[in-house]
Ligand binder design. Structure first.
Ligand code: C2O
Ligand code: CU
Length: 627
């Protein structure tokens, strides 16, 4: 059973437990001891099932069960035992009698404990759903107090008239527990995520000083581009018009290309994007001051303003750029483009095609093609297809008609990639794959999400034939961690790490600034309250990313590519994988590492940009670097 499935089953079991205890209480109050007793039996059995599920889940890691083991199950256990001891014997006796013979007994010893067990079960479930990881002392105390309060109210309502012995003491205890819990929550100095860059004596560097060079290194030339953000109505290949936010009036924005060693200089302007724009070079390890993060490395470029980016193209491969101001909306509306750097050493001639995939108003487009795209390629031509996913969710690519290799992922070459046929390639949000093959004498088709009404057809003679005859939906998904051949890496899972950060991704109510919201959380916090990860230049840093939620989170660290050490505890058996965006699916645990060699303050976030927008981002700062 997968971790994700166990998480769901535990929620279901939790709901059954709560419903059964509450049902038992309600039927007991209605003086129907037999159904009440039956529901008690169901409740006890479901409780045991839940304990078993949690025990199994614990095998996937403490993060998945923390709030269940420390809070939900103890609370449920205490309430369930109390209910069984107080109400059980009475119900058994009453169930044995004839119906009208006897009232179902004193409510304080039957109904109240049964309902309280239900409240306890429900409270544990709500903590998982509403608060998530981790349960703190404050969450625990407030939860216990709420269950206590609900029990007291039930008692008061259920008991006929008069003062109740012990009621005052119960109220006082509940209030005290609740107040301590609230007090712990508002205690100052808990988490302040402001990017401070740590405490460092010696001279501080500011991000403004970490800029690219004005001139290219010896061999390179300067590649100049002007990108001007503007709203526009763009026409897709079918003739359909979409309202977009564009660079230079087109979607995607103008492709930026260079040869390794060139200096890329991009002048960013803005006509009428009132929210402002910036340029972030996704996957490109530029100097921090060129990273295009508004409010951190620069101010957003407002209409009429300008910003010039300069950086050396010292990573060959497939990358992309996008605005980082209101990035969820901005990228979705079209403020993105591709960045491709070819190696200085004789780039292979042939067909080199970049295929950015994006969704506009529900339609998936390749470049700006919303209809099947055809391209002529002579047999024998070496072909390289650079797939770029600029959406918030993964896409599945299939290539039919030829064996091919995945030669690069996220810009980094794979080692010893073998021939592939009839497989699906899942490309995470923000990720890139480069596919290579030699053109056969018949058509080859690339499909996105198995959609035969779209895609790309590469043929010796464009003939308008069907894109692909096969149904690609059934093709198995390639596991990149088992593809290619192992190669030496500068460090691995057995290295000594200077820092180790764990990011537990979940959902829950958290403060995003001063505003509470049902956020996408990291370790229980939402941006900007997630503590900054502080590293020192030269550190070997390990990140463990755990996904407790039911969404996929494509994790993306700026300024560094990371080496995959393990997924769910298993090291890759294929090529070393250097990625800048890796899909952490529900229930997965990824271990990655990087060398801290690019000083700055960097965003570390989910590249489902709507998740990032709702809290799932934080800063990674080098000691001694100031905003
Ligand atoms: Cu492509 Cu901060 O992201
Ligand atoms: Cu996410």
């Amino acid at each position: 059973m997968t971790t994700a499935l166990l998480l769901v089953l535990d929620l279901v079991a939790g709901a059954v437990v709560a419903a059964a205890w509450l049902g038992a209480g309600v039927t007991a109050a209605a003086r129907r001891p037999r159904p009440a007793l039956a529901l008690c039996v169901v409740a006890v059995l479901a409780t045991l099932v839940r304990v078993g599920l949690v025990a199994t889940l614990a095998g996937s890691g403490w993060w998945f069960v923390q709030e269940k083991v420390t809070l939900a199950l103890p609370l449920l256990g205490a309430a369930a035992v109390t209910a069984a001891v107080l109400a059980g014997p009475h119900l058994i006796r009453a169930a044995g009698r004839r119906r009208q013979e006897d009232p179902a007994g004193h409510p304080t010893t039957v109904v109240v404990p049964l309902l309280t067990a239900g409240y306890a079960a429900a409270a544990g479930l709500l903590v998982t759903v509403l608060i998530g990881y981790p349960a703190t002392w404050s969450v625990a105390l407030v939860t216990v107090a709420l269950v206590g309060a609900a029990a007291l109210v039930t008692w008061r309502v259920a008991a006929p008239g008069g003062p109740l012995p012990g009621m005052r003491a119960g109220v006082a205890a509940t209030l005290a527990v609740g107040l301590v819990g609230v007090g712990l929550a508002v205690r100052p100095g808990d988490a302040d995520g402001a990017a401070t860059g740590g405490h460092h004596h010696g001279h501080a560097v500011t991000l403004a000083m970490l800029r690219g060079p004005a001139a290219p290194p010896v061999d390179g030339t300067v590649r100049r581009f002007t990108l001007t953000a503007q709203t526009a109505t763009v026409t897709l290949s079918s003739g359909r018009k979409v309202a977009a936010w564009t660079f230079n009036g087109q979607i995607p924005g103008p492709p930026i290309t260079a040869t390794e060693g060139d200096l890329i200089e991009v002048r960013l302007g803005n006509v009428d994007i009132r929210a402002g724009v910036t340029l972030h070079w996704h996957g490109y390890d530029v100097p921090a001051g060129e990273d295009g993060v508004p409010g951190l490395t620069q101010d957003p470029v407002l209409p009429g303003q300008e910003f010039v980016y300069r950086f050396v193209a010292n990573q060959a491969g497939t990358y992309w750029y996008h605005t980082h101001e209101v990035s969820d909306r901005g990228v979705r509306m079209g403020l993105y483009g591709t960045l491709v750097v070819t190696p200085r050493e004789a780039p292979a001639p042939g067909l080199d095609m970049t295929v950015p995939v994006h969704t506009f108003a529900g339609t998936t487009v390749l470049g700006s093609h919303d209809r099947p795209m055809e391209h002529r390629v002579a047999p024998g031509t070496p072909v390289r297809l650079r797939l770029v996913n600029t959406d918030n969710t993964p896409h599945r690519f299939t290539l039919a008609g030829t064996p091919y290799r995945v030669v690069a992922a996220d810009g980094s070459e794979l080692n010893g990639p073998g021939d592939l046929t009839r497989v699906g390639l899942r490309l995470p949000a923000g990720g890139r794959y480069d596919l290579a093959y030699r053109a056969p004498d018949h058509p080859v088709a690339l499909l996105v999400d198995n959609d035969r009404a779209g895609g790309l057809r590469l043929a010796p003679e464009p003939d308008g034939g069907p894109a692909v005859a096969d149904d690609t939906a059934g093709w198995p998904e390639l596991d990149l961690t088992r593809y290619g051949a192992p190669a030496a890496t500068p460090f691995d899972g057995h290295s000594r790490f200077d820092r180790h950060f764990t990011l537990v991704l979940d959902r829950g109510f958290a403060l995003s600034g001063a505003r509470p919201q049902y956020a996408y959380t990291v370790n229980g916090h939402a941006f900007p309250s997630i503590p900054t990860e502080v590293v020192r230049q030269g550190d070997l840093v390990r990140l463990t990313v755990v996904n407790r939620s039911r969404d996929t989170h494509p994790w993306h660290l700026h300024g560094h590519r990371v080496l995959v050490l393990a997924r769910d505890g298993r090291a890759p058996t294929g090529s070393a994988l250097w990625l800048d965006t890796f899909d952490v699916r529900p229930g997965e645990v990824w271990d990655v590492a990087f060398h801290a060699t690019n000083p700055g303050i960097w965003m570390n976030h989910c590249h489902n940009l709507s998740h990032a927008d709702q809290g799932m981002m934080l800063h990674l700062a080098y000691e001694g670097v100031k905003p």
